[in-house]
Ligand binder design. Structure first.
Ligand code: ADP
Length: 463
């Protein structure tokens, strides 16, 4: 834990008591601050009633409060600010997030920040892996995994690799990243930001305050990021490194004919055939790999060390995670794919797919995936989306109504082994939220893993 000493003896309000808020409250308390904490959810309050002074922050006197630490999930502007935020603003109280507090408590460390609509977690974990493999002192967290203030203190010579959501970026008034990455921007979370413009403004914040020694790494394969890259070129003091999987990005890192190409320093050099990075399948992951490579090089890691670590990356759970291979059939857990967009990335990677799909459907369903249907040998439908997905598949893909994940996996397993095609893949990529049958996508993916382990054990028994 990073102890926040600078608020000793002062009153600090913490609003939102989920993982990151709790970590912040504990760091403040450990550093001698007087913490006043609140969460609108009574269950969240009950869980910490013995630990913190709980007070409704919409009703306190804000005059002598030193700061409001806000969880990224709480609206501070759109659709309307939380009442406590209004009161804090009226009283001129500074409003911060946990990343900002980490930056202030550990000013001598190096900061690598990663944002984008998709690929943040993968890229964050990959950069952490490359740095760790190279022997660097590194801590990885933020929006991914460990909250910022639960990370270890690193001091000079250490590096924090932080995934930053757009909401978190709105809460870092002074933290400047030494190395900042913006992967891509597509419409998302407009419910929270109100407009695309506000969302883009939040994402751009990743590059604020950068200095000449720093690096601004930008994906240029979507129009919005390409524009941002153009703007950065007109005044960003940090070095700008464009990333592309579509074109030869001058001065950047790009992918050409399946090779990672480093053109950061003079002549373009092919540094890695990306097919050898087994846990980073698909061109979306190549974008992540190219960006991570650029970040690692900017952090002083040698090219060979960076590419070797890209190949040894174990991958993240629930994102096209290879769970097992049983008699030549691969079992892949892509439970994180909660919409058609994410599932498209997985379908594009394989050719003989036994596809487990369904759950709580999103608007548009799986109709956008029609171009990939020819890769699907059979679909195994689960959850509330069953009839809607059945109607979309009807006539182009054979399907079964399976009800739940256990039955779907048993049926997919059975059929994949019966068909005996080379390269068969049993793929859980639901294109749906999980809430009709699971607490979250993690639980759904964990269940898939357990069930595959049972299949493997069954094979061992019958062998
Ligand atoms: P995030 O943390 O931004 O949600 P993840 O790394 O967890 O991103 O990946 C989530 C899903 O997004 C993956 O399962 C994949 O389908 C898709 N994805 C990953 N990287 C990219 C990318 N660079 N571009 C587009 N989609 C991506």
């Amino acid at each position: 834990m990073v102890v926040l000493e600078s608020y000793r003896g002062r009153r600090v309000a913490v609003l939102g008591l989920a993982k990151s808020g709790l970590a912040a409250a504990r760091s403040l308390l450990a550093g001698g601050a007087e913490v006043q904490a609140w969460d609108d959810n009574p269950k969240a309050r009950e869980a910490v009633v013995s630990e913190f002074a709980l007070v409704n922050l919409a009703e306190i006197d804000w005059r002598d409060v030193a700061a409001l630490v806000l969880s990224p999930g709480i609206p501070h502007s759109y659709p309307e600010p939380h009442p406590a935020v209004v009161r804090a603003r009226e009283a001129g109280v500074e409003i911060l997030g946990d990343l900002e507090l980490l930056g202030r408590a550990q000013p001598d460390a190096r900061y690598i920040g990663i944002t984008g609509t998709n690929g943040k977690s993968t890229t964050t974990a990959l950069i952490g892996h490359i740095l760790a493999e190279a022997g660097a002192r590194v801590e990885v967290g933020g929006n991914l995994g460990t909250p910022a203030l639960s990370l270890a203190p690193l001091g000079r010579g250490g590096t924090y690799v932080l995934e930053a959501s757009s909401f978190q970026l709105e809460l870092i008034p002074t933290l400047a990243f030494d190395i900042a990455l913006l992967l891509n921007v597509t419409p998302d979370h407009l419910d929270r930001h109100g407009s695309m413009e506000a969302y883009v403004t939040a994402k751009r914040r990743i590059f604020a305050g950068q200095e000449p020694g720093g690096a601004a790494i930008v994906g240029i394969d979507d129009e919005i990021c390409r524009d941002i890259c153009g703007e950065l070129r007109r005044g960003q003091p940090a070095r700008i490194i464009p990333i592309s999987v579509r074109e030869a990005a001058t001065g950047g890192v790009y992918v050409e004919s399946g090779w990672l190409v480093d053109a950061m320093n003079g002549p373009a050099t092919r540094v890695l055939e990306l097919a050898s990075a087994e846990r980073l399948p698909g061109s979306h992951n190549w974008q992540n790999a190219a960006a991570a490579y650029a970040a690692a090089r900017s952090a002083g890691i040698a090219a060979e060390a960076a590419t070797a670590a890209i190949c040894s990356f174990p991958g993240l759970a629930h994102r096209q995670e290879l769970v097992d291979t049983i008699d030549g059939v691969r079992y892949i857990n892509d439970s994180k794919a909660t919409n058609a967009d994410a599932t498209e990335k997985a379908l594009a990677c394989y050719s003989d797919i036994y596809w487990i799909a369904g759950g709580l459907p999103k608007e548009g369903g799986i109709a956008p995936l029609k171009p990939y249907f020819k890769r699907v040998r059979h679909a195994f439908l689960i959850g509330r989306a069953t009839e809607e997905f059945a109607a979309t598949l009807d006539g182009s893909v054979p399907f079964s109504r399976c009800g739940d994940l256990a039955k779907a996996l048993a049926a997919a397993h059975e059929q994949a082994h019966r068909d005996g095609v080379a390269d068969a893949v049993v793929l859980l990529s639901p294109a749906c939220a999980s809430y009709d049958q699971f607490a979250n996508f993690e639980q759904r993916g964990d269940r898939f893993r357990e069930l595959v382990a049972e299949l493997r054990a069954g094979r061992a028994h019958s062998a």
